[in-house]
Design a protein around this ligand. Sequence first.
Ligand code: GLN
Length: 458
Amino acid sequence: TEAYLGAMEKARSLNAYVLETPEKARAMAAASDDRLAKGEARPLEGIPLGVKDLFATEGVRTTACSKILGNFVPPYESTVTSNLWNDGAVMLGKLNNDEFAMGSSNETSAFGPVTNPWRRKGDDGSIDPTPLVPGGSSGGSSAAVAARLCAGATGTDTGGSIRQPAAFTGTVGIKPTYGRCSRWGIVAFASSLDQAGPFARTVRDAAILLKSFASVDPKDTTSVDLPVPDYEAAVGKSIKGKVIGIPKEYRVDGMPAEIEKLWADGIAWLKAAGAEIREISLPHTKYALPAYYIVAPAEASSNLARYDGIRYGLRVPGDDIVDTYERTRAAGFGDEVRRRIMIGTYVLSAGYYDAYYVRAQKVRTLIKRDFDLAFHAGVDAILTPATPSAAFGIGEKSGGDPVEMYLLDIFTVTVNMAGLPGIAVPGGLDPKGLPLGLQLIGRPFEEETLFQVAQVIE
Ligand code: GLN
């Protein structure tokens, strides 16, 4: 804990943490020392973790990196973080993220962008000082794990926010099956897509953490009552005979050569380890991104209606209650959040609801069916690139056409639309020396298979 607190202090320029909680960390670490001395260690005893600022932490400021939550201090703890502390983990602080987890670069945070600890190589081999994004929305989590500012971190993934930042920072991130972890106490973005999951340095660490994250919770009726397997036991098991699907629809036009190579390398490694490689078709893939950008904003516009200046955080008083709502929301929400609220309310309006929202939900069913068919035909896991590129420069893609940023989610959103588990695992470096990630997609509640296969790639 002391080593991490020291490292955090030295690395403040990365802006990974929006709040450090050294006193709490030291108290928790001391309690862990006592447990260890008594031989009563719990599974995560004394392991220092960072928490995405989307998770409510009792008595510790939680903002979702939005001005509208101001200095909101929740009187309750999210179920996932409660699970971690009950297992002995130590909280180091709260990590930066895109405002309300809306973004792919951590540039929409009210606390400003996070810097990726990785740097590009210049043409002459020297280090290019251009600061790069750590991915988003869990950019503080990915940067902190990559820079060794925590042993692991919590993240949330609505459309790729764990897997894409993991890929951009050479870390491991898993989005579990929808329902595997409780969403209670996590600031809601798009409730039918949101899922919590861990960031870690290795597949084994991610497996250990997920065991603690996962639980059925009466406070989240979408959490599922299935036993939580010993994920760690799957790490290191042979993948001989496992069938790995390669979806042809993910070979998108204009895929950069380094992403093609990454994917080919991944296929070769799994084949060499005894897996059977099978080409598959997921024909509705091309509709996933547009359908996601209807479903996610629709649910967000509904979820964010609660920020009215009365119940939480910021209040800008107006002449009457409606004026107070308007002033508070105008002052509290950033541009991207407003854009999502406008899109969401539009697609949910009378007259447009059937044409957009209902249509998108039907597309979602078709996407899910594509996966069902592949798994039914014997595919154990599906291998794709995690992202269409490596990390880019801060400011390089923001401020322009937002659709350019949305396109970065092309390989990840499908998994959320279908509710499936997906893991991102480092697969190599691009020609400029930046990490690239591979993604494995599994059957519902078969995260073990993902850990088993990912460990071969790692
Ligand atoms: N980049 C996607 C979005 O902006 C996904 C975000 C997420 O998974 N939280 O909606």
